[in-house]
Design a protein around this ligand. Structure first.
Ligand SMILES: [Zn+2]
Ligand SMILES: [Zn+2]
Length: 277
């Protein structure tokens, strides 16, 4: 039995490379306590990764079927990575309450730019994220990350998700501080403000970028320390897009958490349950 799991993973319904049953079979093989499928919610924007709105009924039916089929061997949960986009009501757009999901995780991928009078994506190629900073925010990195964290705070308050996905996803394209300085007081102030609005949600420790050969574990060590100080629970997840990444770099994440001073993290199995590390 493996005490870890992931409730953040993507199938072919969004931008993953495997089907749900393949992840479930791999999770059984690894002896995980549970597994949750969380494809990207449909969004009313052009998106290369979101699930198509028309596919929603099929997605829910397929997961219900898999829950029954594999239920003797593993607890399977029907989830979603629900986007929060300023000015667009995603829950209404997809009749969210009718879906009866077991859980959802909340994330911000789209940032509104006044200059563009539209949205850019915070989680994209290096070129596209830099383009958003330059064209959407006139190169003003403070305005750029402030808008991101402001949107994240709105998400946390509006959704109270079971888990906040990739809290500081901007760090993925900020290697060598090409976008902003995470040590600045102004950046730390945004972190503090955002952690302060968390009531019940776990913060995700996300190994997904590492699985894609980008050497970034989020949240940053600084944020991990602040979470510990503020008693904010963490949950390790792989944001997995292919079955071989199901528990990618968990050992590395756990040893960093221990070094930071954590003794427990949380894993979802109907509710978030503490596990000793
Ligand atoms: Zn995401
Ligand atoms: Zn994801």
């Amino acid at each position: 039995m493996n005490k870890f799991n992931t409730i953040h993973l993507h199938t072919r319904y969004s931008d993953g490379n495997n089907d749900a049953y393949e992840y479930i079979e791999e999770a059984i093989r690894l002896g995980l306590i549970s597994i949750g499928i969380s494809d990207h919610s449909p969004v009313p924007l052009d998106s290369s990764w979101a699930m198509k709105k028309n596919d929603l009924p099929k997605y829910i039916n397929e997961l219900n079927y898999l829950k029954k089929t594999y239920g003797k061997n593993i607890n399977v949960y029907t989830g979603m990575e629900l986007d929060y986009i300023q000015g667009l009501d995603i829950k209404k757009y997809i009749d969210f309450d009718e879906l009866n999901l077991d859980y959802f995780i909340g994330s911000v991928h789209y940032i509104y730019s006044d200059l563009l009078n539209g949205y850019g994506t915070a989680d994209n190629t290096q070129e596209n994220v830099e383009k958003l900073l330059n064209e959407g925010f006139n190169g003003d990195s403070t305005a750029f990350y402030t808008r991101y964290y402001q949107t994240l705070r709105e998400m946390i308050q509006a959704y109270t998700p079971v888990m906040i996905a990739h809290f500081d996803v901007l760090e993925k394209r900020n290697i060598n501080k090409v976008l902003f300085n995470p040590e600045s007081e102004s950046y730390k102030d945004q972190i503090e403000k955002t952690l302060s609005v968390i009531k019940t949600s776990c913060v995700e420790v996300n190994t997904g970028a590492m699985a894609k050969n980008i050497d970034v574990l989020y949240p940053s060590e600084y944020i991990l320390k602040r979470c510990l100080k503020k008693n904010i629970p963490l949950s390790v997840n792989s944001d997995c897009h292919f079955i071989s990444g199901l528990l990618f770099a968990y050992d590395k994440a756990v040893s960093l958490l221990k070094k930071t001073g954590y003794e427990y993290v949380y894993a979802y199995d109907g509710i978030m349950k503490p596990i000793r590390i």
